[in-house]
Design a protein around this ligand. Structure first.
Ligand SMILES: [Zn+2]
Length: 437
């Protein structure tokens, strides 16, 4: 295994409180030292002055379409897209076909991730069998499997039955598991195509009110308080939900939350031409919601930036807005959107960005060797230039699908090098092809 001396970068590791200009030595797959005058004998020196050197990003929310929809994306291709985006770990959502509601499927996904070898693939298990919200999935079996599942969710659906939620939470407490919710009251959201507001009225599309998300967030917070279960709210998108989480945290409830780059970058105002790439669930909200999500990320109410990366085949996305499935790609644009829309305007420091994209997600999932540059820990490292401008080109994505509304957008913040367990997966902004074999 090659050794690398990353020279002259700004080392940002929120877990250790490090934010200084120094060298970082990676040797035999682990972090061998941070400082000046390190013994880099035999190591390849890479000049990273002007760049940020931080623990590799960890995505809490990735839809890997395998098993079942390999025409949209394989685990190997998603791993490539993730590495190119600066990630060293991703967490697969369970809404595959078959659903990841038992040990066999979560182990299959985990093993395919290991085989691809470009990022660590953690797996979220389903809460209910076939995501139906009725019968509990094989939660105990999944926690004891090779995939060591820690987070459980029926993402794609909100769990409608409150008694089921209570029982699942009570059960998860015994495993120190995390109950993760896609907050959406199905009856309020039914038939909704976008955020309910002036824009939906103008376009003549049925809207999903903010309350569809907020009601379920409030219920789950109440049940987390009752049961003592750890609750993680996926892709929160409204001002009301941000305030609910803020208050629950102040009250000592064990709740955390994530937000996506598209929810802090776009609003429903961009939906003027019925572009199906702008159809997401939860939908793009109004400007006051977007501002509240940004404020939540800034004050720590929202703990993580998660992509909700959701590949769709062209033939499915290239149809009328009404019939197009919701979801957009996220892994290769997350950093650029976060730097451009959060760091550059002064909402988030670089250290807070790294905390939301690496430190916290690694801690939530309990991933050893991720989210930290501590000496002796696995060398999962990302280097990015926060000032580098680039233009989003969907054709250059490593993802198998092309569904992004960000094509042609000018962003700042570009990944230059990524190391996964000491192996270089990205060099000078290019995915290393030999790492793909
Ligand atoms: Zn979801």
């Amino acid at each position: 295994m090659t050794s690398f001396l990353l020279s002259g970068g700004r080392i940002v590791d929120p877990a250790a409180g490090t934010d200084e200009t120094a060298d970082l030595l990676l040797r035999d797959g682990v972090i061998a030292g941070i400082g000046e005058g390190l013994d880099g004998k035999g190591a390849e020196t890479i000049d990273v002055s002007g760049s940020i050197v931080c623990p590799g990003f960890v995505d809490l929310h990735t839809h890997l379409r395998e098993p079942g929809r390999e025409d949209e994306e394989t685990i190997a291709m998603a791993s490539g897209a993730a590495a190119a985006g600066g990630y060293t770990a991703i967490c697969a959502m369970p809404n595959t076909d078959p659903v990841a509601d038992n040990a066999a499927v979560v182990e299959q996904v985990w093993a395919l991730g290991r085989e691809a070898g470009l990022v660590e693939v953690a797996v979220a298990g389903a809460l209910s069998k076939r995501l139906e919200g009725k019968k509990m999935a094989d939660i105990g079996e999944m926690t004891r499997s090779m995939a060591r599942v820690r987070m459980f969710t029926d993402d794609g659906h909100g769990v409608q039955d409150s008694l089921f939620v209570r029982r699942a939470m009570e059960y998860l407490v015994a495993f120190d598991g995390i109950y993760a919710e896609h907050c959406e009251d199905a009856s309020l959201a039914e038939g909704g195509q976008m955020h309910e507001g002036e824009r939906s009225a103008a376009l003549g599309l049925r809207g999903v009110p903010a309350e569809a998300e907020e009601l379920m967030a409030a219920r789950d917070i109440a049940l987390a308080r009752l049961t003592g279960c750890r609750l993680h709210l996926l892709h929160i998108s409204t001002a009301g939900t941000v305030e609910l989480v803020r208050r629950a945290k102040a009250d000592g409830v064990a709740v955390t939350a994530e937000a996506t780059p598209h929810h802090f970058s776009l609003t429903d105002a961009t939906l003027s031409d019925y572009d199906p790439n702008l159809k997401v669930n939860p939908p793009l909200r109004g400007e006051s919601d977007r501002a509240a999500v940004i404020a939540g990320l800034a004050d720590g109410t929202i703990d993580a930036i998660a992509t909700d990366h959701a590949p769709h085949a062209d033939h499915e996305k290239d149809q009328e807005f009404l019939y197009a499935p919701p979801g957009m790609l996220g892994l290769e644009t997350a950093l650029g959107l976060a730097v451009t829309n959060l760091v550059e305007p002064g909402h988030l420091s670089v250290a807070a960005l790294v905390e939301r994209m690496s430190t916290f997600p690694a801690r939530l999932l309990g991933l050893d060797g991720q989210g930290s540059l501590a000496e002796g820990s696995a060398a999962n490292v990302t280097v990015f230039d926060p000032a580098a401008p680039w233009t989003v080109d969907a054709e250059a994505f490593h993802s198998k699908s092309r569904n992004t509304p960000f094509g042609g957008m000018e962003l700042r913040g570009k990944v230059s090098h990524v190391f996964y367990r000491g192996t270089r997966t990205v060099s000078d902004g290019r995915l290393m092809s030999e790492a793909l074999v």
